[in-house]
Design a binder for this molecule. Structure first.
Ligand code: PEP
Ligand code: MG
Length: 363
């Protein structure tokens, strides 16, 4: 007997035959990845590695690493963090066997990792074996007035290259382990919050060195790609210069919207609803791409980078990637994939087909 769920599956398989955009999911755990696959995801478009450290024991190590004053101290914690990442990555490659997994280098909003209360400060001091006064001093030195515009994303890789080296080693060791276990891992290393090509060059050098170190001892080859987030207006405006250095570009429209409009992504419920009501903005810019704003920057980045280099893969991994209106925009722009949270994957599959059919009718 046919059920509505059978009907939905039929609709989805119809949609899959009529879409050009690939649909990936944003996921960090093997469970979420499996869920995403079940819902039809064709890869992971964004694995936010900082989310892999939120669990109690890990966050302690992560904080200790961030609060370390010397490279030597940091390296001690990085060794443990490497093992966590390596295991988790292996699980992800296993689940996503044969499908791309885009792993983003650490992009922790630093304030989320710093102690917020006196109690927290005390506990952290005990766990890392430093006097609480010392921890307070370091924390105060690190706290920023505008952390979302501060020491995050690839800025961290520039200042602490050993973090990137650790992550690259973890990713590539896990990928090599997966190959040896008979799987087909397709890691794509992604650099966050890039502003210009010089950052990419500097970080790519660290990435390449890390990869060489892992692979020189292992008699296997592991395919991989290196690419960048496009999530600052400055990056989109310099896409032609960035293009030769990367194999893919993924639009991080959460940050890109925040920085384009100057609207806080963490306070969307505050004044934006009345702005929409008063028709001061056409739609919620954190959901819907706009031809004259973030969409325009994306368009510029795609066309300018295409002129500079052929064969770049383009994706989107901000919240917009799961919204039908924005998916239509992404299709028309000629992106290769959208990436959204696992539960939005079916909606994205349908929206991608709808966009394709509508565009074909228009043309
Ligand atoms: C983005 O900024 O759109 C993005 C995907 O990165 P995050 O949300 O993790 O900042
Ligand atoms: Mg971002």
């Amino acid at each position: 007997e046919a059920s509505s769920s059978d009907d939905f599956q039929t609709l989805l398989s119809w949609a899959d035959k009529h879409r050009r955009l690939k649909v990936r999911a944003n996921a960090e755990t093997a469970e979420d990845a499996a869920k995403a696959l079940e819902l039809g995801a064709e890869g992971i478009g964004l694995c936010r590695t900082e989310h892999m450290f939120f669990e109690a024991e890990r966050i302690e190590k992560m904080r200790a690493m961030i609060l370390s004053e010397t490279k030597k101290e940091r390296k001690k914690y990085l060794k443990d963090l490497l093992e966590f990442q390596r295991k988790d990555m292996f699980e992800l490659f296993k689940v996503m066997d044969g499908k791309p997994v885009t792993i983003r280098l650490l992009d922790p909003p630093l304030h989320e990792f710093l102690p917020h209360t006196e109690e927290d400060m005390q506990a952290l001091a005990t766990s890392i074996g430093k006097p609480v006064e010392k921890v307070r001093e370091i924390t105060e030195g690190m706290s920023e007035v505008n952390p979302m515009l501060g020491f995050r994303g690839c800025r961290l890789s520039i200042m602490y290259p050993e973090i990137t080296e650790m992550q690259v080693k973890a990713i590539m060791s896990a990928a090599a382990d997966a190959v040896e276990a008979g799987y087909k891992p397709l890691p794509e290393i992604m650099i966050p919050l890039v502003v210009n090509v010089r950052e990419i060059r500097m970080i790519t050098e660290i990435i390449d060195k890390g990869i060489q170190k892992v692979l020189k001892d292992r008699l296997i080859s592991v395919p991989y790609k290196v690419g960048t987030m496009m999530e600052t207006p400055r990056a989109t405006l310099g896409a032609d210069r960035i293009a030769p250095e990367v194999e893919f570009m993924s639009f991080g429209t959460n940050d890109l919207t925040q920085m384009t409009y100057g609207f806080s992504r963490d306070d969307v419920g505050k004044f934006i609803p009345s702005y929409i009501e008063k028709k001061l903005v056409e739609d919620d810019p954190f959901v819907s791409l706009d031809q004259r704003a973030v969409g325009r920057l994306m368009e510029l980045a795609v066309s300018e980078s295409r002129k500079a280099k052929k064969g770049i893969k383009y994706g989107i991994c901000g919240e917009h990637g799961g919204d039908p209106r924005s998916i239509r925009f992404c299709h028309n722009l000629g992106l290769d994939y959208v990436s959204c949270s696992p539960f939005r994957v079916p909606i994205a599959r349908i929206a991608a087909a709808q966009a394709h059919v509508e565009k074909a009718q228009e043309d």
